[in-house]
Design a protein around this ligand. Structure first.
Ligand code: AMP
Ligand code: MG
Length: 414
């Protein structure tokens, strides 16, 4: 199949071949970045008891209607107390934030509105029933669903899971990835390249991109430009769920990846997509397997991973929204191109005065990873446009660097 797919067509085709995720139970400390595969219900109500929201005195609100009023202090209640005192009319208990409200009391007066006088307390202002306390179950009722299947797990979700004693929640499995570089010229990164040789930088970069998605991955031994060796590599690589080739995927005489994939039981989904960089980009699928052939040029490999591998493996990992976030930003410099293909250009996005602005980065092209590496976003330049003027609104995909770098923020210390 040699059809030239549009970006949208390629994504649509890709999403239809991604296998459904399986589930597994995983220790809580490994759940970060995963997707819940079950609804989580509360095994206890929250708060688990009527809880004081203030340091102060637990009272009968009816005793304080005509304040100031003096009440006998019969106990002190701190968080973690086991035996609650019974507070009768005319009495109060000193109470700490987070402590259970004693039996009989229906309100807490904050310490600032009281005066302690030996074994008594002067309540200076009246309190309404329920004031300054959180009723048992007022936040979450026992049995309520607190997290739904499909929720991505961040730190807050870890806290919620921990709060309900869920030490091994069910999450979607992550596909395993093998990374395979091809090319007679490719040498190990520990070697000093001889004339005509290139270090295997892509494998390391792609593995890092897999790590950013939490995926277990391995780098397989490099494969020369040889059909038989490439065939073997497809077989070995498919011990993983996902196999990513880099290099050897174009239509050149010595590009054997597509040929080897065609001879395997896998079906080619697309081989050419009308984008820049990365026109040759291969996807093949089989039962519970995906094979990607990314271009060898480092910038193309990086970009096509983000555009195609990311949504596929994210969906396979259970993510409901598998794509890079897209925003609109104001372009700061004019960008030109020869029209023809949708161009994903490196850019540097800033958040000046809470407004998104983007500057296109000039690089020496798809091989120039050093020039590309400072990009924190990709600017979409439509295929039929030869110029995006400065000041225009452009669509931008956020890259990991945007979050790695963070923002400078002037802090007013006065
Ligand atoms: P190819 O896609 O095989 O035609 O390779 C295109 C360009 O990318 C060539 O200049 C290669 O040297 C370079 N290249 C291919 N594989 C890698 C790799 N693993 N790491 C770095 N550069 C590569
Ligand atoms: Mg090659």
């Amino acid at each position: 199949m040699t059809d030239l797919y549009s970006y949208e067509e390629a994504l649509r085709a890709l999403l239809t071949v991604v296998p459904s995720p399986e589930t597994e139970e995983v220790p809580l400390e490994e759940c970060r970045g995963r997707v819940l595969a079950e609804d989580i219900s509360a095994d206890i109500p929250i708060p688990p008891f009527d809880r004081s929201a203030m340091d102060g005195y637990a009272v009968h609100s009816a005793d304080c209607v005509n304040s100031p009023v003096r009440l006998e202090v019969i106990a002190t209640v701190a968080a973690g107390i086991e035996q609650l005192p019974v507070v009768k009319r005319g009495q109060a208990a000193q109470i700490m934030t987070g402590a259970p409200v004693p039996t009989g009391c229906d309100a807490v007066q904050m310490v600032e509105k009281t005066i302690r006088v030996e074994n008594a307390v002067e309540i200076l202002e009246s309190v309404k029933p329920g004031e300054n306390l959180a009723r048992m179950g007022s936040e979450v009722g026992q049995g309520d669903i607190v997290l739904r299947r499909g929720r991505t797990i961040g730190s807050a979700e870890i806290g919620v899971l921990a709060g309900f004693g869920r030490t091994r929640p069910s999450v979607f499995k992550l596909p395993t990835v093998s990374i395979l570089s091809t090319g007679d010229e490719i040498v190990d990164i520990n070697e000093k390249p001889a004339f005509g040789q290139i270090r295997n930088s892509n494998a390391w970069m792609l593995q890092s991109q897999c790590r950013a998605l939490g995926l277990p991955s391995q780098i397989l031994p490099m494969v020369p430009d040889d059909l038989a060796r490439t065939r073997e590599a497809v077989e070995t690589g498919l011990e993983s769920d996902v196999l990513i080739f880099t290099g050897g995927v174009s239509m050149g005489e010595r590009d054997y990846v597509h040929q080897a994939v065609k001879e395997s039981p896998l079906k080619t989904v697309f081989h050419k997509v009308a984008i820049r960089p990365g026109k040759p980009v291969l996807l093949a699928a089989g039962p519970q397997k995906l094979v990607f052939g990314l271009p060898g040029n480092p910038v193309s490999a990086f970009v096509t991973f983000e555009l195609f591998v990311r949504p596929a493996v994210r969906k396979w990992s259970g993510f409901e929204r598998p794509f890079l976030p897209r925003v609109k930003a104001t372009l700061r410099n004019e960008l030109r191109q020869k029209p023809g293909r949708l161009f994903f250009r490196p850019g540097h996005l800033t958040c000046k005065n809470e407004r998104l602005e983007i500057t296109g980065i000039t690089t020496m092209g798809s091989a120039d990873l050093v020039g590309f590496s400072s990009a924190n976003a990709l600017i979409l330049m439509p295929a039929d446009v030869d110029c995006l003027p400065a000041g225009s609104q452009v669509v931008v995909l956020l890259l990991e660097r945007f979050f790695l770098d963070g923002e400078d923020h002037e802090v007013d210390t006065h």
